[in-house]
Design a protein. Structure first.
Lengths: 148, 192
């Protein structure tokens, strides 16, 4: 068996997954080949890491932390309804407030129906300001004044 | 207590039933997650995710497979999903460094000079790092089969149940995983 063939069987040799004939042949080669023997040693050390990593010590506080997480997730789920309901109600109230403002504003600030006919073709329309006082134009006095 | 009795107790909200489940399966889940992720903290996070999912969906368990098979499947899926997410994050990090010219320290950069000191602890860490890289390079199914067989010491029959494949498929996967692992490790050692 040459080194190239041995290199394909090292991991199975280490795992003892070869039949007796192959196992003995690999062993014989390794006894006589320093480079293959060194490579086998390195591969064995690398695979030993698996054995070391298998020994993972459980965390004694794992269940406590798990319980805390489950409780917080349960609380988060139960407040989903309030998280949807409250913003929806808030939006609805804002919408109602805006619509009410528009309706009230339209009723208070009337359209140009209150027109005072000055002449046949001229009309005087009263303007209203926010302070609820109407603007009394000079022409209002001139056209409506009882004083000659 | 059998698995079905334990599940029934959990469904009935009996005190301590879920804790019994956690106590029984936590070491197994931790070992599997650690074998796939090679990181203790990540493995602990996956354990939490697994048991939270168990808690939420134990009532839906129909008993078509064994409980431990179901738990192993959840553990493997969550671990692999985590690895996929981590890979995506590292891809965006690499893209960022490429675009902005920032050079992120890779494992080899950290290893330069660090592993050159003769220190048995560092040599162990280097070997572990090399082994992890070689295992991570394995195709998905080979990696799962190898990890379940080597880290969890599960018989091939149980691995076949967990992976939902035939026994011969598992044997073939483990065989190919060993060949690929051997190839990676030998090429690394010959190069170094």
């Amino acid at each position: 068996m040459n080194c190239k063939n041995i290199n394909k069987k090292i991991i199975f040799y280490l795992d003892k997954n070869l039949n007796k004939e192959e196992y003995d042949a690999v062993k014989t080669h390794l006894d006589g080949c320093a480079s293959c023997k060194a490579l086998t040693g390195k591969l064995k050390d690398a695979l030993m890491q698996i054995e070391l990593e298998k020994d993972v010590r459980p965390d004694p506080y794992f269940y406590t932390r798990l319980q805390t997480r489950i409780n917080s997730e349960n609380q988060a789920q139960s407040s989903v309804f309030s998280k949807i309901f409250q913003p929806a109600m808030a939006m609805l109230l804002i919408l109602v407030a805006i619509l009410s403002g528009i309706v009230l504003g339209n009723r208070y600030f009337t359209s140009g129906n209150d027109q005072l006919q000055i002449t046949e073709n001229q009309y005087y329309t009263e303007d209203y300001y926010l302070d609820e006082y109407s603007y009394e134009g000079i022409q209002y006095y001139l056209f409506n004044s009882k004083n000659p | 207590m059998t698995d079905s009795q334990l599940i029934q107790q959990i469904v009935d909200n009996q005190a301590g039933a879920f804790k019994n489940l956690v106590d029984a399966y936590y070491p197994m889940v931790l070992k599997t997650a650690h074998g796939l992720l090679h990181n203790r903290e990540d493995a602990e996070d996956i354990c939490q995710d697994v048991f939270v999912e168990l808690y939420q969906s134990i009532k839906k368990f129909r008993g078509e497979s064994k409980l431990f098979t179901w738990i192993y499947r959840i553990t493997v899926n969550k671990s692999l999903n985590y690895l996929r997410k981590r890979k995506r994050t590292s891809l965006t990090d690499n893209l960022e460094s490429f675009v902005f010219g920032r050079r992120r320290k890779g494992l080899q950069d950290e290893a330069t000079g660090y592993f050159s000191e003769s220190n048995p602890k560092l040599e162990n860490e280097e070997q572990a790092c090399v082994l992890h890289k070689a295992i991570d390079k394995l195709p998905r199914n080979q990696k799962i089969a190898f990890t379940l067989s080597k880290y969890d010491d599960l018989p091939n029959k149980d691995v076949a149940q967990i992976m939902n494949v035939s026994l011969s498929a598992v044997e073939s996967l483990i065989h190919r995983a060993k060949l690929n692992l051997q190839k990676s490790l030998i090429s690394y050692y010959k190069a170094s």
